[in-house]
Structure formats: C-alpha cells, structure tokens
Design a protein around this ligand. Structure first.
Ligand code: NAG
Ligand code: NAG
Ligand code: NAG
Ligand code: NAG
Length: 508
C-alpha cells in the first residue's frame, strides 16, 4: 500500500465507530463462503508404478532413464516416487484428516492411452483413476483434474511431441476419452499445466523433458500447438460434455511478478508481464486474442536482426485466433516468486529468454527458500493478482499452485510463515480490492519428485520417507496449521518458535 493509501486507510478506519484497523483487517482475512481450499499434486511426481500393467513409457520416464551428468540431482527418477499408485487411499485419508475441500491431481496420458492414441484405452489405467475419484467422493473431497502435467507418451514425442501440430488432434482425442470416462465424477478440469515451463525448458533449453535444445524455435512451436490443443480440449468439453456434465474447464499458467530495478523503468516490467503472462493469457483472456503485440514485435525484430526470413514466432490465422480467444472458464494461477527486471540480454541467443531483452535478478533483501529460483516475496502475489484482474477484465481465477521448498524437517514453521504471508496478500486482493479468486490449492500435499531436483527439494505439507519402501507419510507442522485454517476459514497466526533454513534471509 502506498503511503497515501495507508493514510487514507487509517483515516477511514478511525471514522468507523467502534471499529479499529485490526478488526477491519480481520474481516478481510476471512475466506468467503464457497471458496475452495485444497492442495495439489501431479501424476509423474507422486504415482510411481511407471511400468505396471500396460502403461507405456512417457517423456519423463525416458528423460530420467537416460541420465546425463548434471541432468537430475542424484540421477533420481519417478519410477516409485511416493508410490501413490498403490497408496492413494492413504493420500485421501491425509486430505480428509487435514480437512481440504478440493484435491488437484493430474492424469498420466500413457497410463490411460498406452499407444498414445485413442485406439486403445487401458482398462487398468482408467480403473486406477476411477478408484481415486471414488475414494475422494466417499470422503467428501472435490477433485480438480489436470489432463496434462508434462508427461505425454514417448510415442507422441517420437513424432515431434509439442512441436508437431498433429498433437492438437492427439490431445483432443485423449481429452475426449477422459471427459467421457471420468467426467461424470469431475466438476473442475485443467487442460494443460505451465506450458511456459515445458515449452521453454523442454523444447528450448533442453533442461526438462523431452530435453530438446531447439531454443528460439522449439519453444514457440510448442506454445503455438499448446494453445491450439488447449482450445481443442475446451471446445470438445464445451460442446460434447458440458451440457450433461456441467463442469468448468481452464488452463494453468506459471506466473511471476516483476519489479523494476530502476524505479522509472516501466518498460522492462511491461515486457516481463507480456512474455510471462501475456504469452498464453493474451490469446485466451484478452478481448482481441492472439499473442501480445509487444511480444510479436520483439521476436520479429530480433529474428530479422539474426537473418531469419521471418519471425521465429509463428502466426495464427484469424480462425485460430477466434477459436482460442475465450477458451477458458477460469485462469489457473501457479505462483511462487517475484523478480527484479532491467534492460539487457540473458540466456542463449536466440531463445524466448533472450528475445525479451530484459535481465531478471532477485532483490538482495528477499529471503531465499530451498530452491535456487524461489525468493519469498508475498507482496508480489497481491500485485500479480491485481494486475491480472486489471489486464483481463477480472476473470475467475483459481490459485492452482502456491508453496515453498524447505529442508527436510517436519517442524516447518518457515513454510507456515510463507503460506500465512502469501495468503494474506491474496485475501486482501480479493476482499479489499475485488479480485475474483474462487479457490486456492497449496503445493503440495506430499514431498515428491521435484523434476530436475529429484527428491532433494521438498514442498510437501506431509513428509515422505523416500528411503522407506513403504514411503511412510508424516504430517508436518504446516499440515496442522492448515487444519486450523480449514476449521475457522480464516487466516490463522503463525505459531511462535524458531524458523530454520527456509525463508530466513540467505545472502545471495
Ligand atoms: C519395472 O521397473 C522396475 C525398475 O523401476 C524393474 O525393476 C521391474 O523389473 C520392471 N517391471 C517390469 C514388469 O518390467
Ligand atoms: C548419473 O549418471 C551419469 C551417467 O550414467 C553418471 O556419469 C553420474 O556419475 C551419475 N551420478 C550420480 C550422482 O549417480
Ligand atoms: C450447473 O452448475 C451451476 C454452477 O456450478 C449451477 O448453478 C447449475 O444449477 C448447474 N446446472 C445443472 C443443470 O446441473
Ligand atoms: C537446500 O537445503 C539443503 C539441505 O539443508 C542444502 O544443502 C542446500 O544448499 C539448500 N539449497 C538452497 C538453494 O538453499
């Protein structure tokens, strides 16, 4: 809040008779009726059982099974992970014990369609997810189901994966099978999780599956096909299933917030926003559709300078622009951290990172969590939500992921502090500023396979012992804090006690 805003706030608080600043703030810090609170996971990160029954190999199986030095910490794989394939009843018991309203899980494409294509549906694969959904229903927990969280069948990748436009049909076919078979039990669908991440790192830098280093071209082909495939799944749901299933469906994006290094540098902030959020939000949520013009211009001019005959960013036809525009009932926001921005060129040339012509860095005063990229900046969360509301006509939003990594411990007061401070910003954005957030999903229920960091970074509310064949699960202190929040439906204070490794200022 600005100084002036702060003064006006104090004055208005004082004129409310019998009231005080603290009671007004307290009213803001309650969850509105109907607000959904839950926690999230992803198939490859928790299920294990990578080769049971007729499940086929997916891109993360392949990526982790061909270890290269430095690719994945300790050469860890998701072969067993949390073994949730066998222990899903325990997971649901934990969800019920903590008291969550909703659970966001993702489906493994190669478990449901072992050939990649819809010519063969795995009965075992479907049965597994039917059992999970039945268990959730029996425990009064609403499922929020993500169709795709980074793990497409290897056969699809052999055909080019997200760089082959045919994936629009393949993904649509897969989505139709899921809606038909599982849709009767699901009211909330997410199509595709964090495309910026798997496009830029999976097909650009090559640091995530499928490990393709085609930066400057690969990430844009990927995003182009992701937007089409997302819209295809949306329209299939809208036309063929919504009339009977009456659910809601949207995309999930990884969004961060940027502050200028030089206070007058609004340009770098706008550039960061358009490349981070606008890349996928503008085609779907803006009134005009298509990629943001700032992005189109920057990539076209960099391409020209580099001697390419045309922009490395493909163009949509008017039909596709219309087909994609409006193809989401809600915006799923995954948010963890913020950054400082300044003009300059970073990363390899050409790439989506270099095309922006901005450099990202943390503010030295920001505490760092146990992931090298994760700085604790609660205010950035509120600022991001307000900016999204302003840019895209206040869409319905679900915070589909938010959380923090910490060292291996169960007395995770530092994680409670993170949730407390971030939730406070979200509640003020909603209850004071009118931002349309309808639900919040903490990342994550369990410590799990954290992609290239293997099992070395822990985001769980529940500790998992990865040395134990039984993968023993133990509630952390943060899970108990969530129990209270879910009982009172308001922000609960952080218990007193020492805070450890995470979220205390570590010099950068
Ligand atoms: C499945 O993979 C494991 C390694 O994770 C291996 O030990 C086992 O033999 C495989 N099972 C089958 C049926 O291929
Ligand atoms: C991971 O696998 C690579 C390739 O096989 C090997 O060179 C490296 O030593 C392994 N690292 C660890 C920590 O086991
Ligand atoms: C569909 O869902 C909306 C909101 O979730 C609800 O108000 C409406 O009654 C539902 N309609 C049917 C036909 O179930
Ligand atoms: C994360 O925690 C581990 C164990 O305490 C530590 O070795 C590592 O340096 C930490 N990483 C970061 C980025 O803080």
């Amino acid at each position: 809040m600005s100084l002036l805003g702060g003064l006006l706030f104090v004055v208005s608080a004082l004129v409310v008779r019998g009231s005080s600043i603290s009671t007004i703030e307290e009213n803001y810090l309650k969850f509105p009726a109907g607000f959904l609170i839950g926690t999230a996971t992803a198939a490859y990160q928790i299920e294990g059982a990578w080769n049971v029954s007729d499940k086929s190999e997916n891109v993360w199986d392949r990526f982790t099974h061909e270890p290269r030095p430095g690719r994945i910490v300790n050469n860890d794989t998701g072969d067993v992970a949390c073994d949730s394939y066998h222990k899903y009843k325990k997971d649901v018991e934990l969800l019920r014990e903590i008291g969550f309203d909703v659970y966001r899980l993702s489906l493994s494409w190669s478990r449901i369609l072992p050939n990649g294509f819809a010519n063969k549906i795995s009965q075992d694969g479907l049965d597994y997810y039917k059992k999970v959904l039945a268990e959730l229903e029996a425990n009064g927990i609403e499922p929020l189901v993500t169709l795709y969280h980074w793990d497409h069948p290897q056969i699809i990748e052999d055909l080019g994966g997200w760089t082959n436009e045919e994936i629009v049909d393949y993904f649509g076919d897969y989505a139709r099978v899921v809606f038909r078979e599982l849709g009767p039990r699901v009211k909330y669908f997410c199509t595709i999780n964090e495309p910026e991440e798997f496009c830029a790192r999976g097909y650009g830098l090559g640091t995530k599956a499928p490990g393709k280093e085609i930066h400057g071209i690969g990430e844009y082909l990927c995003s182009h096909n992701v937007l089409k495939a997302h819209a295809r799944a949306y329209h299939i749901y809208d036309k063929e299933f919504r009339p009977t299933q009456n659910g809601t469906i949207g995309i999930v994006l990884s969004l961060s917030y940027a502050y200028p290094k030089d206070p007058d540098d609004a340009t770098s902030v706008e550039t960061h926003f358009q490349f981070n959020a606008g890349w996928f939000c503008h085609p779907i949520f803006s009134a005009s559709g298509d990629y943001p013009s700032l992005m189109k211009e920057k990539i076209a001019s960099a391409s020209l300078e580099q001697g390419y005959p045309r922009s490395r960013l493909p163009e949509f036809s008017q039909e596709w622009i219309e087909y994609i525009r409006g193809s989401s009932d809600f915006l799923g926001v995954n948010h963890y951290t913020s950054t400082l921005v300044e003009p300059g060129v970073e990363s390899v040339v050409p790439s989506v990172f270099a095309d922006r012509k901005i450099i990202l860095s943390p503010d030295p005063s920001w505490p760092r969590a146990n992931s090298s990229w994760l700085y604790v900046v609660p205010k950035g969360f509120g600022d991001l939500l307000r900016l999204l509301a302003k840019e895209y006509n206040n869409p319905v939003m679900y915070v589909t992921e938010n959380g923090v990594s910490a060292a291996e411990e169960t007395n995770d007061l530092n994680r409670i502090q993170y949730f407390h401070d971030y939730l406070k910003e979200m509640l003020l954005a909603m209850n004071r500023d009118g931002v349309n957030v309808k639900g919040y999903l903490a990342w994550s229920l369990l410590d799990n396979f954290e992609w290239t960091q293997g099992y070395s970074e822990r985001f769980g509310l529940v500790h998992v012992d990865f040395n134990d064949p039984e993968r023993k699960r133990t509630l952390k202190m943060s899970a108990n804090w969530w129990k209270n929040v879910l009982k009172t439906r308001k922000l609960e204070p952080v218990p007193a006690g020492p805070q450890s490794s995470c979220c205390t200022a570590i010099p950068v």
